[in-house]
Design a protein around this ligand. Structure first.
Ligand code: DX5
Ligand code: ZN
Length: 221
């Protein structure tokens, strides 16, 4: 069982000062801890929203030692992985839903020196990503339909999380199992019980009165 990791999403931070949002995550990191920050990248096609691109990631990179967990909600992610790797992404996750060379793109992400991840939406069956489990560092099971922060957690995704965790155990695979969307301390606990170990939290983290306490509770799951 992997130790829990919190990946705050700066989608929920002040977009007039994303450096401050990233620093808020950085300030919580214990020395020597490999703390994560989740970067939600949206193209206005795969999801009905736009967020930010490689130039923003590159601007954040020099002032942050955080692990940049970069979630590409793009119709054509294969066209952008070089740009995000060059910008300083540490992990690049791509969706299974659009039609492109998933295996080739996952391999290319690793060739570029980044960890890779495969992502599936709430309505996408776990079987869609099963062929890729042995070639990824992370599986992200979306617990909302992607595009916007602040949505309600989709409890119907829990059995899919358990299925993916079961495959992981049965095949002795070492990918992290991440959830994203509507994650707060309560839904994170439900996801942990279902088999998740990596928790993206945007709204709940940035709205928390005591972010350090929030992070400590996730770490204790
Ligand atoms: C959906 C985004 C959000 C964001 C976190 O496209 O991926 O899930 O990371 O959202 P909340 O605010 O629900 O934690
Ligand atoms: Zn995300």
């Amino acid at each position: 069982m992997f130790a829990p990791i919190l990946a705050p999403s700066i989608l929920a931070a002040d977009h007039a000062n994303l450096a401050a949002g990233t620093a808020a995550v950085e300030n919580l990191a214990r020395p020597q801890e490999l703390a994560w920050v989740h970067l939600d990248i949206m193209d206005g096609h795969f999801v009905p929203n736009l967020s930010f691109g490689p130039q923003t990631v590159a601007a954040l990179r020099p002032n942050s030692r955080l692990f940049f967990d970069t979630h590409l909600m793009l119709d054509e992610p294969h066209r952008y992985i070089e740009a995000f790797a060059k910008a300083g992404a540490d992990l690049i996750s791509i969706h299974i839903e659009p039609d492109y060379d998933h295996a080739g793109t996952l391999a290319r992400i690793r060739e570029l020196g980044c960890k890779n991840g495969i992502v599936l939406n709430p309505g996408t069956p776990a079987a869609a990503i099963e062929p890729h489990l042995a070639r990824v560092d992370l599986v992200l099971a979306m617990t909302v339909q992607p595009g916007f922060g602040g949505q309600s957690f989709r409890r119907d995704v829990l059995p899919k999380i358990t299925q993916i965790d079961t495959w992981r155990r049965e095949r002795s695979l070492a990918f992290r199992l991440e959830v994203d969307g509507g994650i707060d301390l309560d839904t994170a606990a439900e996801c942990r019980a279902a088999g998740a170990d990596t928790f993206v939290a945007g709204t709940s983290f940035f709205a928390a009165a005591d972010r350090a306490a929030f992070a400590a509770k996730i770490a204790a799951l």
